[in-house]
Design a protein around this ligand. Structure first.
Ligand code: GLC
Length: 606
């Protein structure tokens, strides 16, 4: 019996049950299982060996030594071969997980940063060839770095072969998408479907002249939503996904997964059938390529997240983006108040052990101000007013703001807006007028990273942040890029700045050295294991967050002052002698401790 067969044996009943619930089509199920087996046969011996290794250590991605980074291949190193040459740089920074922004074949220049895919099995010539990708995955494996790639599940580019055939009127491929001969049904959908890009791409449907039909396009008009009611779509997309894993992709970032199931009369987000599909994909991966894991891109309200993990017995995604901690960290920084963050961390910390997150401060996308409104109201915070404060603050338009960012998708009807900008610019480095401003901005940036690297999960940097790269406003002059303000933080990596990281008087040195130190301290301390118990403590000071991490009898106390003035934290339960791992300073804690402006501490009992 092959490994595939013995693994599948375990899941067969469940897999068939779930599949039939979705499609009720035996013939297509048999075809799918046949193709799954073929995928397994095509998997290389080297990857099969990795599968066996990781089956014995399924928590490999939860190690305290994990640190990720996310970057655009072309902006960082021109192409895949260039990237191979930059692996030593990533190693020097301590990277173990590399998320490359989309690099599969895409239309140019309009491609939503690569999220409009023309061919799920071919690297875009701009980045190189499939052989280059294979070479890269091999080199990354040698360097102990796991590659993460996007799998854009919800849609294809309107220039994808399937869409081209649909456009020509081929009914088989028209059924790959949601198309309608008049606007009647789209109108019904619009009544319950919110908009993703209300300013840059309003509405959820686009009229296609060639086909003389309306097509569902939740994102941009050139991104056609796939029809997962059609089992052929599910089969083709699953095979494309497994094919990427066979090329050595160890983490699949399933893009916009909440959107994949469309049902009239619903929001077409987080539909229960989405979870069925995620579970089916997980089973396929556990049977064919168990060394690869799934990271879900679920940018949804906090209460929608848990189902994407499934249950411990029937898990779904291995990892999700910790969007809500990210947003709460930025909210705490602006308001110098940690109450909402603390509540949100309590919610996350209460999730069962199989739920793991990728923590981050910035990524290629905007910051959408989705805070927990019930929590806000409990604290007497008006959700809309707070949101307006946040986006105005990070736009630099609020009195006293040190941030320099841009609005994204401002909606004059709902007054919703999101924020774009690099970490350094949002923390005040761009606006700093003097040494004092700059010192404070650096402190903010390090505080934010220290906090992000202390909460439960796998920390991930955004390329450029390690050298405090600022906003690049030049996109405003490029007609192909100026309408999407996310481009302000999607700029060429500044290799010229990298050499400054070794000169002790520079900004780059202060950021790089301290981020690296955070990573090294994490790696050396088992309390940072992803399985650690993490709790928040009350400090009787809403400006200071206290996190306690405990693992195998060891304890670490993490403190963060989100205020620009010194603050005390009342912590009678930890009275005793401690050392701050970060500065090696000894502290005698008697009921409490004082923190300097924006100071953070990792206290270990002596
Ligand atoms: C995800 C990506 C975003 C893209 C969208 C549509 O949210 O992160 O950049 O615009 O999907 O594919």
């Amino acid at each position: 019996m092959s490994n595939f067969a013995s693994r599948f044996e375990k899941y067969k009943n469940e897999f068939e049950w779930l599949y039939m619930e979705l499609y009720n089509n035996r013939a297509s199920l048999d075809k799918l299982i046949d193709e799954m087996e073929t995928m397994y046969t095509k998997r290389s011996e080297e990857l099969k060996a990795l599968d066996t290794l990781r089956e014995q250590n399924p928590n490999w991605y939860k190690g305290s030594d994990m640190l990720g980074i996310t970057l655009y291949t072309d902006l960082f190193a021109d192409d895949l071969n260039g990237l191979i040459e930059k692996i030593p740089y990533l190693k020097e920074l301590g990277i173990k997980y590399l998320h490359l922004m989309p690099l599969l074949k895409m239309p140019h220049p309009q491609n939503d940063g690569g999220y409009a895919v023309e061919d799920f099995g071919t690297v875009d010539p701009k980045f190189g060839t499939n052989e280059d990708l294979l070479k890269l995955t091999e080199k990354l494996r040698e360097a102990g770095i796991s590659l993460c790639l996007d799998f854009v599940m919800n849609h294809t580019a309107s220039s994808h072969e399937w869409a081209v055939k649909a456009r020509q009127g081929d009914p088989y491929y028209m059924n790959y998408y949601h198309t309608f001969e008049d606007y009647n049904i789209p109108r019904w959908y619009e009544q319950t479907m919110p908009q993703v890009f209300p300013a840059t791409a309003p509405g959820n449907f686009t009229y296609c002249d060639d086909m003389q039909r309306w097509v569902m396009t939740t994102f941009y008009p050139f991104q056609w939503d796939l029809n997962y009611w059609n089992p052929e779509v599910f089969r083709e997309m699953s095979m494309a996904m497994l094919n990427l894993c066979n090329m050595g992709v160890e983490v699949l970032r399933i893009d916009a997964v909440p959107y994949i199931w469309k049902e009239l009369g619903t929001s077409c987000r987080n539909h229960p059938k989405v979870h069925t599909i995620v579970r089916l994909v997980r089973i396929m991966m556990d049977c064919i390529c168990p060394s690869s894991i799934i990271k879900g891109e679920v940018v949804m309200a906090p209460h929608e997240l848990a189902p994407y993990f499934g249950t411990p017995e029937q898990p779904g995604c291995h990892l999700l983006y910790n969007v809500s901690s990210m947003v709460n960290l930025w909210s705490s920084l602006a308001s110098q108040d940690v109450r909402l963050l603390k509540e949100q961390l309590n919610t996350i910390n209460a999730l069962p052990k199989h739920c793991s997150f990728v923590n981050y401060l910035r990524c290629h996308d905007d910051i959408g101000w989705g805070l927990d409104e019930a929590d806000e109201r409990r604290f007497g915070i008006d959700p809309l007013q707070h949101k307006i404060f946040l986006y105005r603050f990070y736009e630099g338009k609020f009195p006293g703001s040190y941030a320099r960012g841009m609005l994204y998708n401002y909606d004059p009807v709902t007054l919703d807006a999101r924020t774009c900008g690099t970490c350094a610019s949002l923390c005040g480095i761009e606006a700093a007028q003097n040494d004092n401003d700059l010192e404070l901005a650096i402190k903010r940036m390090l505080l934010m990273h220290a906090a992000m690297m202390s909460i439960k999960g796998l920390p991930m940097l955004n390329s450029g942040d390690e050298i405090a790269q600022l906003n690049d406003w030049s996109f405003l002059e490029d007609p192909d890029r100026r309408d999407d303000s996310r481009n302000i933080h999607r700029s060429k990596f500044d290799w010229g700045m990298v050499r400054f990281k070794d000169r002790s008087y520079t900004l780059q040195y202060k950021i790089w050295k301290n981020l690296k130190k955070l990573k090294e301290l994490r790696s050396a301390n088992p309390c940072f294991n992803g399985e650690a118990d993490v709790t928040t403590w009350d400090t009787r000071n809403d400006r200071v967050l206290a996190l306690i991490r405990e693992f195998e009898g060891k304890k670490l106390i993490c403190l963060f002052n989100f205020h620009y003035e010194p603050q005390g934290a009342y912590l009678p339960l930890i009275s005793g002698n401690y050392e701050d791992a970060f500065t090696n300073t000894a502290y005698q804690v008697e009921n409490g401790i004082m923190l300097k402006p924006y100071q953070y501490m990792w206290l270990i009992e002596k």
